[in-house]
Each structure stands twice: as structure tokens, then as C-alpha cells.
Design a binder for this molecule. Structure first.
Ligand code: SF4
Ligand code: SF4
Length: 68
């Protein structure tokens, strides 16, 4: 089963914090001035990708990995 998850391209991230404030799951954290998605919390709603002003977030389908 595949689920879309948000992925941040840290080379593009401007640390504006917009994705963090919009995420309903609190799935995004700021680390070393770049945002990271905690994939286990992400529901794939896509709001963060929509709001990011530089297109640093993409929704990627990936295998849901269990027990790894
Ligand atoms: S896709 Fe939705 S749940 Fe996942 S990190 Fe972005 S805003 Fe949060
Ligand atoms: S919205 Fe985009 S530029 Fe702003 S912190 Fe999130 S990933 Fe970085």
C-alpha cells in the first residue's frame, strides 16, 4: 500500500516556517534552520506543499514501511 508523504528539499527551504504553521498534524519540525517532515505523522494532506513559497515540498508516494 502506498501513501503520499511530504518531502522537504532542504536545499530550497528558506526557513520561513509557513509549512510548520499550516500542518494540521504537527508533522514538520525545524532542525538546523531547515524544515523536516516526520513521516510517521504526515497524513499526506498536501497543505504544506501548497503553501511553501519556493516549492521546496513535494508529495511523494512511497511504500509504507512497517516494523523497520
Ligand atoms: S502533507 Fe499535510 S500532514 Fe503531511 S507534513 Fe504536509 S501539511 Fe503536514
Ligand atoms: S514553507 Fe517551504 S521554505 Fe518555508 S519553512 Fe517550509 S519548506 Fe521551508
Amino acid at each position: 500500500m502506498e501513501k503520499p508523504k511530504a518531502r522537504v528539499d532542504q536545499t530550497k527551504c528558506l526557513s520561513c516556517g509557513g509549512c510548520i504553521s499550516v500542518c494540521p498534524m504537527d508533522a514538520i519540525i525545524m532542525y538546523a534552520n531547515k524544515s523536516f517532515v516526520e513521516e510517521e505523522k504526515c497524513t499526506g494532506c498536501g497543505l504544506c506543499a501548497e503553501i511553501c513559497p519556493v516549492g521546496a515540498i513535494r508529495m511523494a508516494k512511497m511504500e509504507v514501511i512497517v516494523n523497520q
